[in-house]
Design a protein. Sequence first.
Lengths: 216, 216
Amino acid sequence: MREAFHDQLDGIFADLSEICGQVEVAVREATKALMTGDVHTAEQVIGNDKAIDAARERVDDTAFALLSLQQPVAGDLRIVVSALRMVSELERMGDLSVHVAKIARLRVPSVAVPEELRPTMEKMAATAEDMVRRVRSIIIDRDVEAAIELGRDDEVMDQLRRKSFTELLSTDWHHGVEAAVDIALLGRYYERIADHAVSVANRVVFVVTGEVPAKD
Amino acid sequence: MREAFHDQLDGIFADLSEICGQVEVAVREATKALMTGDVHTAEQVIGNDKAIDAARERVDDTAFALLSLQQPVAGDLRIVVSALRMVSELERMGDLSVHVAKIARLRVPSVAVPEELRPTMEKMAATAEDMVRRVRSIIIDRDVEAAIELGRDDEVMDQLRRKSFTELLSTDWHHGVEAAVDIALLGRYYERIADHAVSVANRVVFVVTGEVPAKD
């Protein structure tokens, strides 16, 4: 019984890492669409989100079956509930990538990000993508140290977001209100992707150690 | 056993409605701080969020105890997991109110919302607050019809958000980039509060009927 439980749990974590891989693609391609104004790539990100939603439903079903049939208690119960929470955060990260892709699509044939904002926005996007990639490894390896490190690196995203605001509010901004609104919302979306990545990593720590990492 | 289960479940739903009441206060007071530039009220919303977080933890603990001790299966299991999801959405709605309060605080002694944007922003805030109030009744009465109606009214929020963008992007906008960024983010926060309200309402439908309402 216990062995069956842990086999099924491993299956759930394999699914989580696969979904995390799909999210990684979504973040990367949404950023590509954003930076190049490529409508085809934007449409692909938007269309592919259905696959992430469907994968999330499968994990939900498997986790419910596990809860019903194996009736785990204590730590095992908390692990399964953590998996349910992780998958809903991963789905949300997919949704946020879709939001990025939709801003990209809205501005085609232009590009939403003005030239001088590109370095900061590209760093935000790269940071978000990197965090998603690392979360995937963290899920696969149940790597507590890497998870705690990821939480610390979230500060990088906060700094980048502040930098983008400083650039936006500089006195020589001449790209108009529409571009400013796009930048503000894009910054918010990438920041939320990073937040969710940290949260998923923290749940891995909890799954392995039974303890939630302390908030700074 | 079954009776004990349902008593404890009723207790969880009573806690959920109470937290929803705290969120309603947070949304209302954050809006008040935003529209009046009242730093004291903004600080209160930010400070009170700890109580919402603590209440969420209590619901989590109760739900876990229920799962461990009563080992519900099938429909009962899904109800408890739904309650866990509802409480995390309510907590998030509290966080979003804090974001609104922080924008208010940042602009003191000014007011973040320019005069001609006030009508639309006030309607967005009132719509969000009204949806939270209705969700509370929906939780208390397990009112499926009201829940389905709430989902339909979400369209009002989408229209208001589009309206605020039109106003922002009108050619005679002269409030600068900072105000535009504030409006864009505030609109996003209120929209997300409304999204979560609909999601909580849908979970009530699921708890009562065992079916998730169809997405439009």
